[in-house]
Ligand binder design. Structure first.
Ligand code: PDD
Length: 288
């Protein structure tokens, strides 16, 4: 990985040094959070589940009527070029797309806008992240987000407040709860294992359809492990033997404590370990 300040950032067709990369203060991404994004894991310099992330980016853009003139192949090449230039072996690649620059106006239909595209990388240990072995502690908080959580927008204030609150309380993350049911964590999907059933909240506007979530469901199916998709109450979760989270930034992270109560015996469970192993095996074989 290149030293931070020498890293490149892609902005609207050009590569700049991190220091020089900039966008307009009138960008609607800045003024209105009028923007969407994607985060893909990078392992061995390759993008994990790139096509799935690209498809979700296009879906998010379509849902918000953002102008989409992206060519799949070009987009892939740009991301790969950036990863290579930044000498990134393991970490993350972020793609941020805003509606573009315009005079400040709630109404965007009258503006002829072209999207702002920013792509940057971040070094991060994903495969050997100590949390994936040790497990993490979480707390439940009310889900204060807008109603269209299925769209991956950059309106992340509620998640950011929830995560910060968790850290201030001495734990790792917050689990967002609505009407007694669990939705997801601040930036990951949630699964519980209870009486041999593995369950995750079903897809709806209440949660983001995680790419890791859907890959994991597929990989488990291939290994004859069934995952049920249905609503999970807080009470149900509190009686679970094992709990884990999935995301592109953490893959499969075991949860060992919720609201100060141990999950199971407070250690990372055997089923989660098996699922972690299956996920990593399948991801590696997809990349090779
Ligand atoms: N967040 N739910 C929420 C609210 C998320 O923000 C994320 C991802 C996920 C998991 O999605 P995926 O498996 O596609 O990464 C679920 C990313 C990692 C982030 O904002 O950093």
């Amino acid at each position: 990985m290149l030293e931070t300040n020498s890293q490149k950032v892609y902005v609207n067709g050009q590569f700049f040094s991190k220091k020089e990369a900039s966008i307009s203060v009138f960008d609607r991404g800045f003024l209105f959070s009028d923007s969407v994004y994607e985060v893909s894991a990078v392992i061995g310099g390759d993008l994990v589940d790139w096509q799935e992330h690209f498809a979700r980016l296009i879906r998010s853009m379509d849902k918000l009527n953002l102008v989409n003139n992206f060519q799949e192949e070009d987009f892939y090449k740009i991301q790969k070029k950036l990863i290579k230039e930044n000498e990134l072996n393991e970490g993350l690649c972020y793609v941020q797309v805003t509606r573009g620059v315009a005079e400040r106006d709630f109404n965007f239909a009258t503006n002829s806008l072209s999207p702002t595209v920013v792509i940057f990388t971040q070094e991060k240990l994903i495969l050997s992240n100590p949390a994936s072995k040790k497990g993490i502690k979480i707390i439940t908080v009310p889900d204060d987000r807008w109603r269209r959580r299925d769209i991956k927008t950059t309106q992340l204030l509620a998640q950011s407040l929830a995560k910060t609150y968790a850290i201030q309380k001495g734990v790792d993350d917050s689990l967002l709860v609505q009407d007694g049911f669990i939705n997801e964590c601040s930036s990951s999907n949630v699964f519980i294992i209870k009486e041999k059933n593995i369950i995750t909240p079903n897809l709806s506007n209440d949660i983001l359809g995680g790419i890791t979530r859907s890959s994991l469901i597929k990989f488990c199916k291939k290994n004859n492990i069934e995952i049920k998709e249905q609503k999970i109450s807080v009470d149900d979760m509190m009686g679970a033997q094992e709990v884990f989270l999935t995301s592109s930034t953490g893959f499969v992270l075991p949860v060992i404590d919720i609201d100060g109560r141990q999950v199971g015996n407070g250690l990372v469970g055997d089923k989660v370990k098996e699922i972690q192993r299956i996920y990593i095996e399948q991801i590696k074989s997809k990349l090779s």
